[in-house]
Design a binder for this molecule. Sequence first.
Ligand SMILES: Cc1cc2nc3c(=O)[nH]c(=O)nc-3n(C[C@H](O)[C@H](O)[C@H](O)COP(=O)(O)OP(=O)(O)OC[C@H]3O[C@@H](n4cnc5c(N)ncnc54)[C@H](O)[C@@H]3O)c2cc1C
Length: 428
Amino acid sequence: MTWQSPISPGYSWYEATIPERPVFPVMPGSRKADVAIIGGGYTGLQAACNLARSGTDVTLIDACRFGDGASGRNGGQFGTGQRVWADETEEVLGREWAQRLFDMAENAKRYVLGFAEEHAIDIEFMPGQLSVGHKASLERDYRNHVEAMTGRYGYPHLSFMDREETVSRLGSSHYHFGIRDTGTGHIHPMKLVVGLARQAALAGANLYEGTKALKIEKKGGAVVIETTSGTITADRALIACNGYIGNLEPVTASHVMPIRSFIGATTVLHGHPEILPGGESVDDSRFVVRYFRKSKDGRLLFGGREAYTADNPRDISVHIRRQICEIYPDLADVEITHAWGGSVGITMPRQPFCREVMPGVTTIGGYSGHGVMLANYCGKLYAELALGKSTELDLLKQLKIPAFPGGTRFRSALLFLALSWYALRDRF
Ligand SMILES: Cc1cc2nc3c(=O)[nH]c(=O)nc-3n(C[C@H](O)[C@H](O)[C@H](O)COP(=O)(O)OP(=O)(O)OC[C@H]3O[C@@H](n4cnc5c(N)ncnc54)[C@H](O)[C@@H]3O)c2cc1C
């Protein structure tokens, strides 16, 4: 067994397969900083790295270890665009906004790949993504999406797959059709966290693990963050806690809700060359999305089954196995060596949430299952905004993201009911 995250359930295969990782100390007492950052996932670490590089005195704290939240435990899939397809966004926000959000996501993809290459971080990038339909009735939407992307969005990497091609690329007859995207891919997420933390430290960021923020307030023009190991007094602050925000800050908590998602890793698949022979990652059309891929060493990493409460299923792998078997019945007896979960931060419209919650204090999160590239990029954009170098982050600030209804008392219960209803519809 490897490390057990205190805030996310189960033992992750990613943890078990990273080479030695640097350990960062608990904050040794009260300190001052130009910028304080709360949360050491992709968002916070990228912001710290980019700020420190420009000579800013930056202090980042995480309540646990870097990557203990979603960043070290996710499906590793980049996808393309935002969580919601651009052609759907267009219907609500109009063509220009949809294009700008799409372009931001493409910038994010390029940024993450460039960052890893520049710093020789082996993120185990593997190309290709298949988005597959579990209901025949969705075929028109999938075809329209390919047309919109290749046409008016100028993204040339998508092609529609009929049933025959879908079956042969997946090695499963479970899905009706799909879209093949050759312009994206998937990575080992924890290797990116570790490489990124190393780069942030090298750049001179003050990085602390095991240090929890308890309260944020403005005092005499400064931001004062009370933590479990003293206070940080800073000119400005970034809240990068995403789906782990808890009660720290009410605006973030009312706009970014956590849902649990779970992943299982099998042993190396021997004798199944038909399963994903092209090495692509897969996501499906269910409301409770199933997402899977093969690792570089040939395991199936399979994600699905969500939970809408903080409770965790007693045996994550039982649920994962059931879902694997629906798609790959021949894997009924395969050993699942690791099974784990984490909190995905979602927003009502499934667009990222970025807002100034008090003067000088910005919160960013709610990437809604699309944060592998977006969280990295938004962390970098926060740094650029703070340094006066770019205003691209303002695009997200202008999005009208409503709070989840129900107030502090009923929000979780209402979300549970709504999501359970949609999840039920996946079965029919
Ligand atoms: C199981 C799973 C599968 C996913 N699959 C994909 C995928 O395939 N593709 C994709 O694009 N996205 C995926 N995601 C989402 C993606 O991982 C996230 O969007 C992204 O990692 C968010 O990064 P972050 O830095 O904003 O937040 P996180 O990585 O969640 O980091 C938040 C950090 O804040 C810290 N924190 C919280 N409160 C405090 C406090 N009071 N004081 C100090 N520190 C605090 C936590 O300890 C944590 O480390 C998945 C997520 C999960 C859980």
